[in-house]
Each structure stands twice: as structure tokens, then as C-alpha cells.
Design a protein around this ligand. Structure first.
Ligand SMILES: [Zn+2]
Length: 435
């Protein structure tokens, strides 16, 4: 009995087992169909979704005097998003060095929120922001580049200028600008004569071997009959944002000329520096700056290159910004309606840093411009016309000496490459590919 029972059970089991397998096969087939259907459904939903919530792509181009802030403002991106974009990019993009003609792209969803933000400062580098929850995540794409050093050697001819010759042999406009700005500190080009010699070492990055990406003038030398022999060396601190990064003589004398720029487009002094009766308190006080009357919202410019040391608010000064310059003096901008730069940002001369306002203790829209000397005492901004060019000292001078020796070695190495006459001139060019 139990035997039959067992057999019966086995038979039932076999039958149901077989049945089960068929069911599973069927289910799997069904599943595969469903999955395929789900995929096409997903695609359909995505398509429909895309059609109803299509992103709008906007772009805008950097104009003269612009910072990213101005570009975002013109793109109509709201203030909160503007702040987030600047914060997300400021560590990775040299925002103080934007160039006219560079383009920013933003993709906005139907709610006007930025979902993607893209900036390619050159064909080999792409900076990308993607919205995750409410913040942006940053990514960067680097395409391979070639790094090349070139030495240009030649002499002035009758009727030629150094700038003219360098343009003619194909040196990029920006590199020519750097060479002449640096040598100008020492060489009076009116006194340059035919036969005067020059030698220049450039280190440049190229995309696909020919598209110029960026470059540095590592060395510039001029040896003139009347003007004498002068050399300029590119110095760099470990911090790429250091304001000491510039050209120097071998002894550490900076080769920079920098006059102060105006902080506003129109200057209308409403209260000069010195003692006065305060317009609000009525007390006799010393006015530690110059007040310029100006409509609310007028752009406020950095008077010279530097690094932002203060960007904040207090009840007296309202929105205030301070910039430390190369000679350790500081320019201060107060009562702003808008602050456009954060602490640590490197700013260029005449870069827009904010807008005129009447915040803090103020009777109406105006800019209060203050200046602190290198010891931190207020001084009359009107007496400050130039940023003094400092000498490198101590550790920096020692570092310069090493870099000078290195640059001289690089020149020797590049001079070992075969020379080519450039573009129908007598200028000799030698090149060495580093990477
Ligand atoms: Zn004032």
C-alpha cells in the first residue's frame, strides 16, 4: 500500500514537476516579452517626458570686463543658481582669467532650474556641472595635448619692431603681448636699433598638434647696442594662484608695471578722504576713504589685480569686499548692493566685483573706496596710483634662482634641436616636444 502510495506520489510529483517546468518556461517567455515591452515603454515614457519637459539650452559669450557673474546674469539664471554655479566652478576654473569670446552653456528644465552647465575654455578642456538633488557635481574632461618648447632667436632689422617680427614668425598674439610687457619694464624700444638681438623661450600646449591652447613665456632676452642686455625669467610659487607668479630679473626684481584703474565708469566724488562732519551721526570724524556717488546697480571694478580677502556684510559698511594686491596693500569697496566675488578669488584689474548700493550706514547709493597700506593703516586712495613692484626675498628668491638655472638648462636643450628659418625671416626657431 505504502509502495503504491509512494509511486502515486512520485507520479504526481513527476507530473506536477513537469507541469511546473512548463509553467516556469512559459513565465520566463512571458517575462522576456514583458521586459522587452517595458524597455520600449520606458523609451516611450522618456520620449513623452522629454517632449513635455524639454530642457532649454542657453549660451552666452564673455565680453570685455566680464566675470562669470555677468555672463550668468545675462543668461537670466536666478541668483541662487548663479551662486551655486560660481561656487561649484571656482576651484577648478580660473574665473579671473576669462577671455572675451569664451562661451558658457546651460541646460535648464521647464522650471528654469539649471540641470547642466558646461564651459570649454579651450578645445582640449571641458568643465561640466550636473545637478544632483539641489547641488552641482563637477566633472572635467581632458583631451590629450602636446607640450612644446620653442626658442626664437633673431635680430631687429631696419624699420622692424620686436612685436612686428614675433607676429610675422607666428608667435601667438598673447605671447607677443607678454614678451613686450615684460621687456618694456627695462628696454626703451625707441632706443632699439637694427642689429639688436633677442631670444625668447616659450612653453606652449597644443591640441591636435596645431591648435594653440595656452602658453607661458619662460624667458625673454634683449641685447641692444644702446639699451643694454636684459633678461626676464618666469617665476612660479607652488600655489598657482599666487600673485607673485610673474616675470623677474635674475636678481628678483619684478617686471610688472601696474597703475590703478578706476573703480567705476564715472567718478563723482561726494565726500573726499579726511576729516568731515558725518552725514548720519553729525559728529566730526575722519573719513577713511573716498565716496563716489553713483546709481544703484552700477558695476564696481577691482582697481588692480589681487586676491579677495574679505567678502561679507556688517552694519556699518554693508556689503563689503577687500582685495589684497601684490604689494600687500588692500583696496576696500563698501555699501555694495551685490557682491560678485568670494574670499580667495583671484581678480584681474577692472574685473567687475560687485554693484553699487546703499547697504549698511549710508544715506544713498554710493561707493566708499578705502585703501590700507601694507601695515594695515587706512591711507588716502587718491595718493595711491601704482602697485609697487616687489622684489623676491628669502625663500622666494632662492626658489627663483633654482627656476632660473632650470630655464637656462631648458634653453640649452632646445637649442640642440635643428634650427628652422621662420616665415621668410632670419629668425631661427628650434622646437622640442616635451609631451
Ligand atoms: Zn565713505
Amino acid at each position: 500500500m505504502s509502495k503504491y502510495f509512494f509511486l502515486l506520489c512520485a507520479a504526481i510529483f513527476a507530473f506536477t514537476g513537469c507541469n511546473e517546468q512548463k509553467k516556469i518556461d512559459a513565465l520566463m517567455q512571458e517575462n522576456a516579452k514583458l521586459e522587452a515591452a517595458a524597455d520600449s515603454l520606458k523609451a516611450l515614457i522618456a520620449k513623452a517626458h522629454g517632449a513635455t519637459t524639454k530642457w532649454i539650452v542657453k549660451n552666452d559669450t564673455v565680453r570685455a570686463g566680464d566675470g562669470l557673474f555677468q555672463v550668468l546674469y545675462r543668461m537670466n539664471i536666478n541668483e541662487k543658481e548663479r551662486g551655486k554655479i560660481v561656487i561649484a566652478l571656482q576651484d577648478s576654473v580660473e574665473l579671473a582669467a576669462l577671455r572675451v569670446g569664451q562661451v558658457f552653456y546651460a541646460a535648464l528644465d521647464s522650471a528654469g532650474e539649471v540641470q547642466r552647465f558646461r564651459f570649454a575654455p579651450n578645445p582640449a578642456t571641458v568643465h561640466m556641472l550636473s545637478k544632483t538633488d539641489s547641488d552641482f557635481s563637477y566633472s572635467r574632461i581632458d583631451k590629450p595635448v602636446t607640450i612644446r618648447q620653442s626658442v626664437f632667436e633673431g635680430a631687429l632689422e631696419a624699420g622692424s619692431t620686436l612685436n612686428g617680427i614675433l607676429h610675422k614668425v607666428g608667435v601667438s598674439r598673447r605671447m607677443v603681448g607678454v614678451v613686450s610687457a615684460v621687456l618694456q619694464c627695462k628696454v626703451s624700444f625707441q632706443l632699439a636699433r637694427p642689429g639688436d638681438k633677442f631670444r625668447i623661450l616659450l612653453e606652449e600646449k597644443f591640441y591636435q598638434d596645431s591648435i594653440w591652447i595656452s602658453g607661458k613665456v619662460l624667458y625673454a632676452e634683449f641685447n641692444g647696442h644702446t639699451v643694454g642686455h636684459h633678461e626676464a625669467f618666469r617665476y612660479e610659487d607652488p600655489d598657482p594662484k599666487s600673485t607673485f607668479n610673474a616675470h623677474y630679473t635674475e636678481k628678483g626684481e619684478a617686471l610688472i608695471f601696474e597703475g590703478l584703474r578706476y573703480p567705476l565708469d564715472r567718478l563723482h566724488i561726494t565726500s573726499p578722504y579726511g576729516s568731515r562732519i558725518h552725514p548720519i551721526t553729525g559728529r566730526h570724524t575722519v573719513h577713511h576713504g573716498i565716496d563716489y556717488g553713483s546709481p544703484k546697480g552700477s558695476p564696481v571694478y577691482a582697481v588692480a589685480a589681487g586676491v579677495v580677502t574679505v567678502s561679507g556684510y556688517d552694519d556699518l559698511s554693508g556689503n563689503k569686499i577687500a582685495i589684497r594686491h601684490r604689494d600687500n596693500t588692500e583696496s576696500w569697496y563698501m555699501h555694495l548692493s551685490v557682491r560678485g566675488v568670494n574670499v580667495g578669488a583671484k581678480v584681474a584689474p577692472r574685473q567687475v566685483i560687485g554693484k553699487v548700493g546703499s547697504t549698511g550706514r549710508s544715506t544713498g547709493p554710493h561707493l566708499h573706496l578705502g585703501f590700507k597700506d601694507a601695515r594695515g593703516n587706512w591711507m588716502n586712495p587718491a595718493k595711491k596710483t601704482m602697485i609697487a613692484t616687489p622684489k623676491l626675498e628669502g625663500n622666494r628668491l632662492a626658489r627663483l634662482k633654482k627656476q632660473v638655472a632650470n630655464i637656462r638648462k631648458e634653453i640649452e636643450l632646445t637649442l640642440a634641436s635643428p634650427a628652422v628659418k621662420a616665415n621668410d625671416t632670419d629668425v631661427l626657431v628650434r622646437m622640442r616636444v616635451l609631451k
